[in-house]
Design a protein around this ligand. Structure first.
Ligand SMILES: C[S@@+](CC[C@H](N)C(=O)[O-])C[C@H]1O[C@@H](n2cnc3c(N)ncnc32)[C@H](O)[C@@H]1O
Length: 278
């Protein structure tokens, strides 16, 4: 993926300062609150950037999204796609999503908006899926992470995808104005070479109408001779997340569905500061 060409092309998506100007193409706002909107969490400026990234994907690389929910980001991203291959990972766990019902809603949105695009939906935990050998046919040129938002999951979101990335790849991370995401990026980049944060489209407020909770762009350039496997510590962390934390999350989301009031209050106490946008 030519990440320089991508970054150079982003200003043309907006008529003014991207932080405070909506996208020039009105389609992206339509996905958020138009008459045929797709339920979701991404803002119109994020959709404009994701769509541009996908449009620059070389034919021998794939696009990977983690955290698809009901498909807003994916449906917008695949508009105008010609021969790009898109993969999406979703475990249907968060926000009280109820298994097959949620999958049906996502599939209906994809049928409507992404009918002609080459999209493969991979159901399951991304930290298990990404470690499956041979799951994707080509290296990942563009990766969009919008899955679980804890320190460990954001660290692993980069660690686990690294072996799958093309030698030059673009990584877009949602909710990146949250301190917890930036801490995870800092911790990860300290321990791994080839990574750089190249752009920060920060939210001006929580749930910013243009950028939701912010989008950061990272570039990965594989250093010569770098291994395409996880280091030992990262593999232990991945194992914990995929086999222990995963179960705890499942219990927590079930409890949240039964007792929404107390769960909201507990989340405010546990995550309040790590997700604060001033
Ligand atoms: C914020 S939502 C995604 C929003 C979506 N991108 C949009 O545009 O509206 C996060 C999604 O990530 C999914 N998720 C969380 N942890 C995951 C995991 N470990 N593997 C796969 N999906 C996960 C959740 O079920 C949820 O649907």
């Amino acid at each position: 993926m030519d990440t320089q060409a991508f970054l150079a092309s982003v200003p043309s998506l907006f008529q003014g300062d991207p932080r405070s100007t909506p996208p020039a193409d009105a389609r992206w706002q339509g996905f958020v609150d138009g008459p045929e909107a797709v339920t979701g969490f991404t803002g119109p400026n994020e959709l404009a950037v994701l769509h541009r990234a996908a449009s620059l994907l070389p034919p021998d690389e794939v696009y990977l999204e983690v955290g698809t929910f009901k498909g807003r980001s994916l449906c917008a991203t695949v508009q105008d796609a010609t021969d790009q291959k898109f993969f999406a990972m979703e475990n249907f766990l968060e926000f009280g999503m109820a298994g097959q019902e949620a999958r049906a809603e996502l599939e209906a949105n994809l049928a409507r908006w992404a009918g002609s695009a080459d999209v493969t939906l991979l159901e399951g935990d991304c930290f298990k899926l990404m470690a499956e050998p041979g799951l994707l046919p080509d290296p990942v040129g563009v990766y969009f992470y919008d899955g679980e938002h804890t320190l460990l999951s954001h660290y692993l979101a980069l660690a686990v995808v690294e072996p799958l990335l093309a030698d030059e790849a673009l990584v877009l991370v949602d909710d990146a104005t949250w301190p917890v995401v930036q801490r995870a990026h800092h911790q990860f980049i300290k321990r791994h070479s080839g990574w750089q944060v190249v752009e920060r489209w920060d939210a001006r407020e929580a749930d910013d109408p243009l950028w939701a909770n912010g989008l950061h762009a990272l570039v990965y350039r594989r250093p010569p001779g770098a291994r395409r496997t996880l280091g030992r510590t990262d593999e232990v962390l991945r194992y914990y997340q995929a086999h222990v934390q995963d179960r705890l999350n499942s219990v927590a989301w079930k409890a949240a569905a039964r007792f929404p009031g107390p769960a909201k209050e507990a989340a405010r106490w546990v995550m309040g500061r790590s997700r604060k946008i001033d």
